[in-house]
Ligand binder design. Structure first.
Ligand code: HEC
Length: 400
């Protein structure tokens, strides 16, 4: 397919993915809030006699709502029962399609970084796919093992597992792809929790009730455990999905540790909100989260690597020749790099005026973070980086 249409399709899929993700995480936040905000009805009241364990009143959009949660289940199931699952499935399906469009189909440029490991594009895609499936299988075994009965310890082991996965991916793929694959592994675990554990459990509960049997409480407990895990995954996974905008995180030499600090911050901040719904303001958690993020801010501050001294005069012609050789394949109105049909990130570098206009961004990408040239596919040398750095520092002038 023409690269333009692939790009357009990936735009539509991204749009869908964000919408579905908002619907999923939004309903998940709502139900966690609801569950944690319920008040028990007075003992002996009509509600208590009906089997209602908690209720609340809310006003929204000009109407009053009175949700009630039954301790186990109502005496008789209503005809119409709403389920929440397609938000999760749509998010996962569109996210995986996006992963294929943005990363897997361009694995050579988007996933492989020869400075990390010289993989073939196919190997990189294989590792990415295996990380998604393997993470779910391993996590599911953990939850089903005897460890699954000890919630706190299980949570800790899952965190350590995500850390090990981040480390392993950061040692095999480019930083940006490593981050996104940690995110897709977590997203896969979350969606599979819904599809393989929570929904089947609820189906069995409903079937038991329809057959006049009492539902197995284990189904409810298992669903609750997975749902709590999903709740703590939400903030970390959303950070990962926007992380590709923040090169200072994924291009850090210890990018996997940076990621885990941010994940930990997301988990403790989410914990604060879970407690807050119950009326407990445990400020030590957001304080800890802010502390962890402050460490990240300090740790990821740029420390440009030393460059060799420049030999000979730093002229604009020299700068232009370097950019012409190392950048213009991807940053011109009609890029010649395979698969690209528009200047990447909208950055043009093919005319003198464009080079001067983008000089500060160029400095940031080529000298400070060294993200550009992408994966150093065009093999810029340190001597050439030094020339570009010296030119920007001297005021980025167009002459001679
Ligand atoms: C193989 C293709 C490729 C090459 C070669 C390349 N770039 Fe890029 N460049 C990209 C892509 C893809 C992006 C968008 C990255 C993103 O979306 O985060 C980008 C983004 C940028 C940005 C914008 C980043 C931002 O967020 O501000 C700048 C500036 C840039 N490149 C400069 C350069 C310079 C300078 C060179 C040459 C030394 C270069 N690029 C070589 C593919 C390339």
């Amino acid at each position: 397919m023409d690269a333009h249409y692939v790009e357009f399709l990936s735009m539509l899929v991204r749009w869908l993915h964000v919408i579905a993700g908002i619907a999923w995480i939004g309903s998940s936040f709502y139900f966690i809030w609801l569950d944690n905000s319920l008040d028990a009805p007075a003992p002996g009241s009509d509600l208590a006699k009906k089997g209602v364990g908690g209720e609340l009143w809310a006003v929204h959009g000009g109407g009053f709502y009175n949700p009630q949660k039954y301790l186990v289940a109502p005496a008789a199931l209503p005809e119409k029962l709403h389920w929440f699952k397609w938000e999760a499935y749509t998010t996962w399906l569109s996210g995986t399609a996006l992963l294929v469009f943005v990363y897997w189909l361009k694995a050579g440029a988007m996933m492989v970084d020869a400075n990390v490991r010289a993989l073939t594009p196919l190997q990189a895609v294989g590792i990415g796919a295996a990380s998604m499936v393997g993470s779910w299988v391993f996590y599911d075994l953990l939850c089903k093992s005897p460890l699954g009965r000890r919630d706190g310890l299980l949570g800790l082991v899952v965190f350590v597992f995500i850390g090990a996965l981040s480390w392993a991916l950061a040692r095999t793929l480019g930083g940006r792809a490593a981050f996104i694959h940690v995110g897709t592994a977590i997203g896969t675990i979350m969606a599979a929790n819904v599809a393989m554990v929570i929904i089947p459990g609820q189906r069995r509960m409903v079937a038991a009730m329809k057959a006049g049997r009492a539902p197995n409480p284990e189904d409810g407990q298992r669903a609750k455990q997975r749902s709590v895990h999903n709740n703590y995954f939400t903030l970390p996974v959303i950070f990962i999905m926007v992380s590709h905008h923040y090169a200072s995180t994924y291009s850090h030499p210890y990018n996997w540790a940076v990621l885990m600090l941010i994940v930990a911050a997301g988990v403790v901040i989410r914990h604060f909100f879970n407690r807050k719904h119950k009326g407990v303001y445990a400020w030590q958690y957001p304080a800890l989260g802010a502390g962890l993020l402050a460490i990240v801010a300090w740790w990821t501050a740029p420390h440009p690597l030393p460059l060799p001294p420049v030999v000979g005069p730093v002229t604009f012609n020299r700068v232009r020749a370097i950019i012409g050789e190392r950048c213009v394949t991807c940053h011109s109105p009609q890029p010649t790099f395979p698969g690209y049909t528009a200047p990447q990130a909208g950055v043009l570098l093919h005319t003198p005026a464009d080079i001067v206009q983008n000089s500060q961004r160029l400095y940031q990408q080529v000298i400070v973070t060294r993200i550009m040239p992408l994966g150093n596919l065009t093999k810029i040398t340190d001597e050439e980086r030094a020339v570009l750095a010296a030119w920007v520092k001297a005021g980025a002038k167009m002459e001679p």
